[in-house]
Design a protein around this ligand. Sequence first.
Ligand code: SAM
Length: 292
Amino acid sequence: MMKDIATPVRTTAILEKYGFSFKKSLGQNFLIEPNILSRIVDHAEVTDKTGVIEIGPGIGALTEQLARRAKKVVAFEIDQRLLPILNETLAPYPNVSIIHQDVLEADLKRAVKEHFSDCEEIMVVANLPYYVTTPIIMKLLEDQLPLKGIVVMLQKEVADRISAKPSTKEYGSLSIAVQYYTDAKTVMTVPKTVFVPQPNVDSAIIRLLVRNEPIVELENESFFFQIVRASFAQRRKTLLNNLVHFLPNGKELKPVIEETLSQVNIDGKRRGESLSIEEFAKLSDALDKVLT
Ligand code: SAM
């Protein structure tokens, strides 16, 4: 039987056969440890009823492991040079479709409709290109796709920020944006040695389970995110100072902002990083009533 694509021997043979050179600008760090790949698929709980969206299949190392367990895999790859390679390496897996496209420009809703109508659940599973980790995760969440969840390899530092709790230095607007949509957990840290070439940073696998109900009910979602961004604009400033400086017309509205903070029992001298999502929701609903 053919060795797994992810084994160092097979990966080297494939890369040599096609004379492939890695593009750092596309975040090309391929996984060469089959055990790590099957751990990713385990954490995603992929079954023969699951449709999987993969981002950046590379030479197909993770795609192969997904194809063995999933009903279908649809993988978006930006680098045209990888297409003939994937055509060969994934030939044994008829349940895989490769789409040559920048995932950030893809119509994922349409892809879901076209490919996954016969699947019971949809997961995103990927070893992400690190130069676009955050835009990809935010697109997946903001596109409001019918996802069960997202299990991805990413920079450990970003995983820490996504799953951070209030009053830690990692907690910020990214933690709140992702935790608003999902239950986020870092499930594993991963050493650099399982990649070729090795990245400069440590990695982790994160699992985001999409919430059926939002964690907080909001009157005005976009205003909530505006308040969150303003509250973290300068981390050393107090909450009140950030709101005054970074909300439109904040300076003129200072007395109203102060009054509203005291109405909702949030001390304006606190820093944004100490507020829970529930507190941000309370504050944004109250400010929404008086400011918008
Ligand atoms: N899945 C493979 C693995 O685990 O070995 C490769 C992962 S590598 C970290 C990231 C992959 O994403 C590369 O194949 C790269 O070409 C691709 N990629 C980079 N930017 C992309 C984008 N905007 N849309 C789709 N694919 C992208």
